[in-house]
Design a protein around this ligand. Structure first.
Ligand code: CTP
Length: 401
């Protein structure tokens, strides 16, 4: 995304506040963003907020002569690599579909020769109304990538599809749109497949306030879940305690401990592929205290006896419901490939994806993965976790083809 230019049109809906977070995320990825705020959008967020976050002037009106001299609306619509409409209201999409150009946003959308990504957000009844359904179909027909909204409780209190996807999910669609000619991949190589993924750490309680944990952020597992969903798979993501939002189109089951993770995996089977990315705690406290352990004043340290947790990956490989393709991860600090090869045999997995957590710290944004299997080792170059996820999902699609 570095150096890419995005024109972000902010429509008039309560979800407009999420556009502010989106601006931050786009800039954090190294891209530049210029905002256009519709009259409706300005009722929800201010041009000042967007200007401060984007560090660029915000355009609000077609009739701003100064802008027309410095930068005409045609130029504004074409200097971007991608036009993103977020939130795309029912009204804005209706005008887009009809080719109406009665304000700056719709004029830019009609004049642009760049890919357009629309991120709808509206009340569930508005989303399901035949007029909106028809307008979305028309827009898709015109080559606009329209994201499906999330399902959930809306600002108006109703429940259903219509919520704006989380900004992280919109970011993934944006980076897809920038890397491919088609913002939403038409090819769904994993359509019809169920992919089961674990991600994040586990927390093993010592007493009600303390636990054993590790540094896993869950980012790589969540990125793989997002990439698999984009490739058309039905994705079940069993997540340990992390602070990430659920990728678009992914079913998430939150767990805390290794034993809960093992039970969630059992319940989610059968699957075509299992990808065990979680950094499962190897041990848990043998005697979990029901009350907070207190110091007794004598300086005596309480004994912390550990017992081994179930090995979810190894147990899955031995199970009668073993998915045809089982992939484990290995975070190693030394002798990465040797440990990965040993783990492949020990766990009974088909592939072990290894990464060196001495050079790429756990919890970071970048990974350099080695895909180890009986066929050999493929070492991927260093890349952002999203990109590594996309490559791994492609390899999985190739293996299943
Ligand atoms: N794993 C698991 N259940 C466990 C431990 C690990 O499912 N109790 C899975 C991880 O999700 C990962 C793979 O096994 O896919 C390797 O995890 P790792 O912690 O590297 O392996 P360990 O068996 O714990 O080996 P070691 O700690 O000795 O490196």
């Amino acid at each position: 995304m570095i150096g890419k230019r995005i024109l972000l049109i902010v429509g008039g809906g309560i979800a407009a506040y999420k556009a502010c977070e989106l601006v931050r995320l786009i800039r954090r990825q190294g891209a530049e963003v210029t905002c256009v705020l519709t009259e409706g959008g300005a009722h929800f967020v201010t041009a000042m907020t967007l200007a401060a976050l984007s560090e660029n002037p915000v355009h609000t009106t077609l009739w701003d002569l100064r802008n027309e001299v410095e930068m005409g609306h045609i130029q504004l619509s074409r200097q971007a690599d991608l036009v993103v409409v977020c939130p795309a209201t029912a009204d804005l999409m209706a005008r887009m579909a009809a080719g109406i150009a009665d304000d700056l946003a719709t004029t830019l959308l009609l004049a642009t020769d760049k890919p357009v990504l629309a991120v709808p957000a509206m009340n569930v009844r508005m989303w399901q109304h035949p007029a909106t359904v028809r307008n979305i179909a028309t827009l898709r027909d015109h080559g606009v990538a329209v994201l499906d909204p999330d399902e959930g409780v809306m600002a108006c209190g109703e429940y259903g599809p219509g919520r704006l996807p989380e900004p992280e999910a919109v970011m993934v669609a944006i980076s897809d749109a920038l890397t491919t000619a088609h913002p939403q991949p038409l090819e769904k190589p994993l359509a019809g497949r169920h992919i089961l993924i674990t991600a994040g750490p586990t927390h093993e309680p010592i007493d009600p306030v303390r636990y054993i944990a590790n540094r896993s952020s869950g980012k790589q597992g969540f990125a793989i879940a997002a990439a698999a969903a984009r490739a058309g798979a039905k994705v079940t993501l069993v997540a340990g305690p992390v602070t990430l939002s659920t990728p678009h189109g992914v079913t998430r089951i939150d767990v805390e401990t290794a034993r809960q993770m093992a039970a969630a995996i059992d319940a989610a089977l059968p699957a075509d592929v299992a990808i065990m990315v979680a950094a499962v705690a190897d041990w848990r406290s043998a005697d979990q205290a029901q009350q907070k352990i207190k110091k007794d004043g004598s300086g005596t340290v309480p004994p912390l006896r550990l017992v081994e947790n179930p090995d979810i990956l190894a147990d899955l490989c031995k199970s009668a419901h073993r998915p045809p393709l089982v992939i484990g991860f290995a975070a190693e600090t030394n002798d990465v490939l040797a440990h990965a090869q040993a783990k492949l045999a020990r766990k009974g997995a088909d592939w072990i994806v290894a990464n060196d957590v001495a050079t790429h710290q756990m919890g970071g944004e970048i990974n350099a993965l080695h895909i180890v299997s009986a066929a050999g080792v493929e070492s991927l170059p260093e890349m952002p976790k999203d990109a590594a996820a996309a490559v791994l999902v492609q390899r999985i699609a190739d293996a299943l083809a």
